[in-house]
Design a binder for this molecule. Structure first.
Ligand code: ADP
Length: 498
């Protein structure tokens, strides 16, 4: 592959070691691994490749600092988060450039993620000083029930590559706010944004040992060490359902608290009465954000038979007009997929759908290299048995299936189709009928619903799924609760009857 894009100066200036106990240093083995640019194949840099000894050192550091950090005033924790928020916003261009270089999303989207990711720190800066409790009495009036919240203890945080900043801040923010120390393992495809984030937190005044970060090319070894140590009290993971299940099994060994943000298979439902232009715009967001590489991506698009031709035409026009290229080049709207295996997977899924009778309205042909590109693609008449209806596509492919008939709004039919999946993260529906919107919202088996919108993620909202999409919620008022244990103290009321 040709090397065309120079690594941004920011990458040359990065700390590329492990960050443990407030110090940057190499892996005990001295090993490193390469980080490359998916748009060009160019080598960006090498980062420390942590192993089991490093994992142990990182968790020891987190364990040592836990009591002191838990006793740090909430206002102090809050102010560190506010400072980190300010630093991220100040350095937005630099962070976005690094993110685009290692992950591929267009610069404009990377800047959007920086703003979104920073917002978790501001949100949890506000939450740190609002950790409440409860005070009631027993039914017989004889005892006080005093309920307070305490940090769960050292946490294991594991993030994916698709939102390299926001998935980190969404976990680190509430952990800091709650008074938890942590060991953090970013994805091996995108460690550079995480390195910047750790450096920013240090600059913001986060005490040594509160956040310990280990980059590694062997996640099973590093995380396995943490999971079996007994010293960690919580694991918060975002990634594939398969790895999530492994972690849940490991967590059982020490009965650890878990938060799991796993895969999705989002239905996107366009009813016959929908505002079609709005629905197409919503789908462009729900499908194309991050080149389709999001667990919230619209995966199965069900369009009422009365409007599917018009909808498909409008969608294909917009998809065809998108500018595909290196995300660091101005004007690019669709970057590469993250790695070659991702393009292979999308190609296989599209071929399977075509073999079962789907028709290509635009795209569908994998270009030659360099870079891991796949064109924006619209498939219609996708058979429900197609592999891509049961698999997260994780690419820029919109798969449309008709439902309903001229006599029927098809809501029962589409709900059966939409719920016919082990996942339940998010569902989207477009309709102008309030009752229909309520019916769909109530019956979709998901943790989040977008009605007439293609974007549900927001730091102020509880993000999370049901079924095999996960456990727990991130963001919103519930986000910090994932990092707090409830403690109840019983105290007799002196002089009470009985
Ligand atoms: P994706 O398919 O989106 O890459 P993964 O679940 O493979 O999702 O990766 C998400 C995160 O989980 C990454 O940080 C990755 O390094 C980590 N990971 C992968 N395998 C394991 C494992 N066996 N144990 C713990 N973490 C893992």
């Amino acid at each position: 592959m040709t090397v065309t894009s120079p690594a941004p100066a920011a990458i040359a200036a990065l700390h590329t070691g492990l960050y443990i106990d407030g110090r940057w240093g190499p892996a005990a083995s001295g090993a490193t691994f390469a980080v490359t640019n998916p748009a060009t194949g160019a080598l960006l840099t090498h980062v420390a490749d942590g192993g089991i000894d490093d994992a142990r050192r990182a968790l020891d550091s987190a364990s040592r600092q836990q009591a002191r950090w838990a006793a740090t005033p909430p206002r102090t924790r809050s102010e560190i988060l506010y400072r980190a928020y300010d630093l991220i916003v100040e350095r937005a261009d630099e962070i976005a450039a690094v993110m685009t270089a290692e992950m591929g999303k267009p610069l404009a989207e990377a800047r959007g993620e920086v703003a979104y990711g920073a917002e978790f720190f501001r949100w949890f800066a506000e939450e740190a000083v609002r950790i409440g409790g409860d005070h009631t009495t027993t039914g017989d009036g004889a005892n006080r029930i005093v309920v307070s919240k305490q940090p769960v203890g050292p946490c294991i945080l594991i993030t994916p590559w698709n939102f390299p900043l926001a998935m980190g801040t969404r976990k680190i923010g509430p952990a800091i706010a709650a008074g938890c120390t942590m060991v953090f393992k970013p994805a091996e495809l995108t460690p550079l944004t995480a390195l910047l984030l750790a450096a920013i937190l240090a600059e913001a005044g986060l005490p040594d040992g509160v956040l310990n970060m280990v980059t590694t090319s062997d996640p099973a070894a590093v995380v396995g060490e943490w999971m079996s140590s007994g010293a960690a009290r919580k694991v918060s993971f975002t990634g594939s359902t398969e790895v999530g299940k492994t972690l849940l099994r490991q967590a059982a060994g020490t009965v650890m608290r878990t938060s799991m943000e796993l895969g999705g298979n989002a239905p996107f439902i366009v009813c016959a009465d929908a505002d079609l232009d709005r629905a197409v715009d919503g789908l462009m967001v729900a499908k194309m954000r991050n080149m389709g590489q999001a667990c919230t991506a619209a995966n199965r698009i069900f369009v009422h038979r009365n409007v599917i031709d018009e909808f498909t035409g409008k969608l294909a026009e917009q998809m065809k007009a998108l500018v595909v290229g290196d995300g660091s080049v101005a004007g690019t709207q669709v970057g590469p997929l993250v790695e070659a295996a991702a393009v292979d997977k999308v190609t296989t899924l599209v071929d399977d759908a075509l073999g079962r009778g789907a028709r290509v309205m635009t795209g569908g042909v994998r270009p030659d290299g360099p870079g891991h590109f796949y064109p924006p693609t619209v498939l219609t008449d996708v058979h429900p048995d197609s592999e891509l209806m049961r698999t997260e596509i994780f690419g820029p492919v919109a798969a449309l299936t008709p439902f309903g008939s001229t006599e029927s709004d098809g809501i029962d039919e589409v709900l059966t189709l939409a719920n016919d999946t082990p996942w339940g993260l998010v569902g989207y529906a477009y309709t102008q009928d309030v009752d229909r919107a309520d019916r769909l919202s109530d019956a979709l088996q998901v943790g989040m619903v977008g009605i007439n919108t293609g974007l549900v993620s927001n730091p102020a909202a509880p993000f999370g799924g049901v079924k095999e999409s996960g456990l727990g919620r991130e963001g919103g008022r519930l986000g910090i609760e994932e990092f707090l244990d409830v403690k109840y103290v019983a105290r007799p009321i002196r002089g009470a009857a009985g």
